[in-house]
Design a protein around this ligand. Structure first.
Ligand code: PSU
Ligand code: MN
Length: 305
């Protein structure tokens, strides 16, 4: 199926490639670093099932003993959910992880790089990384943004995580030339909340429109990402005025404890889960499922145009 010696397809993905069934790429960092056990395992299974119900095939991507696995077996998925010290792998880490034979959970940037190798066209996640709020001191910008810019894949997410500086993240997305729009809404979403206070660059009305824009981009450019921001369903959102003070408290705690780099995003997500008594986790799970569902609808459209 593939000439790339570093890629291995799981049986379900292999069969889908032969049948030319639409495939959705999913990341593993959200499982290993983004959500606590057992919710991470349950969510990973639910998201895969959501995609199957749309007659598409899920391809959860991770690095297993130095191979890029596109489509995990139930045992491998369980490994990523239960093993506590799986490394968080972004795009730059992949060659090192493969050469050293590591296991690694891929972030959006790592997963996109792998999805491109496997010729997949759509990825679903919760929220992408972006520019952190303390940017002027730390210069912390997620590798997700540059990889999205470089990869001809549609990334379906609920915006950038609200722990970030959303206005600055939107500026950077524009600078990088990433097509960006909100599905059926005017504002850019803020992960747990439907609104961020920032106007979205574009309102995207239908999956037909999303597929058609992606197709046009592919005909024009070798590299151009497409970010589809899908607001969390209203019944599961946490309004901004409720989540924002908790974000501020979590950021202050992270600063006191000197948490930086790759540890920062998982630390903040975990702290918010505690401070919101599990509410942020419930919302996080619902928005991921919702994104998987939209990603599958887009992938089906893409397969017929
Ligand atoms: N979406 C979630 N939870 C997560 C992530 C996304 O709902 O934990 C992960 C993704 O893997 C994303 C990463 O790429 O967080 C961003 O981390 P950083 O800010 O360190 O680049
Ligand atoms: Mn970072």
């Amino acid at each position: 199926m593939t000439l790339n010696p570093h890629l291995e397809f799981g049986p379900e993905v292999h069969a889908a490639l032969i049948k030319k069934k639409p495939i959705i790429a999913l990341e593993t960092s959200i499982i290993s670093q983004g959500l606590p056990y057992p919710h991470n395992h349950e969510t990973a299974l639910l998201v895969e099932e959501t995609i199957r119900q749309q007659d598409c095939t899920p391809a959860t991507i991770g690095i297993v003993k130095g191979k890029i696995k596109v489509g995990l077996t139930p045992e491998e998925l369980n490994f990523f959910a239960t093993e506590r010290d799986v490394k968080k792998i972004n795009n730059r880490d992949i060659p090192v992880a493969l050469t050293r034979g590591w296991n690694g959970a891929t972030t959006v940037s790592g997963t996109l790089a792998c999805a491109k190798l496997a010729s997949l066209q759509v990825l679903a996640t919760g929220g992408i990384g972006g520019i952190h709020r303390e940017f002027s001191e730390t210069h912390d910008i997620s590798a997700d943004l540059h990889q999205i810019r470089n990869t001809k894949v549609i990334t379906v997410c609920s915006g950038a995580k609200a722990i970030l500086d959303i206005p600055k993240t939107l500026e950077m997305i524009e600078t990088l030339g990433i097509i960006t729009g909100t599905y059926q809404n005017e504002e850019f979403p803020a992960f747990w909340s439907r609104n961020s206070g920032c106007q979205s660059p574009l309102r995207l009305n239908t999956v037909e429109e999303i597929s058609a824009i992606f197709k046009t981009s592919r005909q024009l450019f070798n590299k151009q990402g497409f970010l589809v921001a899908n607001p969390i369903p209203e019944e599961f959102e946490i309004p901004r005025n409720i989540i924002e003070p908790l974000i501020k408290d979590s950021l202050a705690k992270a600063q006191v404890q000197n948490i930086k780099g790759k540890e920062l995003t998982p630390y903040l997500l975990n702290s918010l889960n505690e401070l919101s008594s599990g509410q942020s986790l419930l919302s996080n799970i619902e928005l991921i499922k919702n994104n998987a569902n939209l990603a599958a609808q887009i992938a089906k459209k893409l397969s017929i145009i």
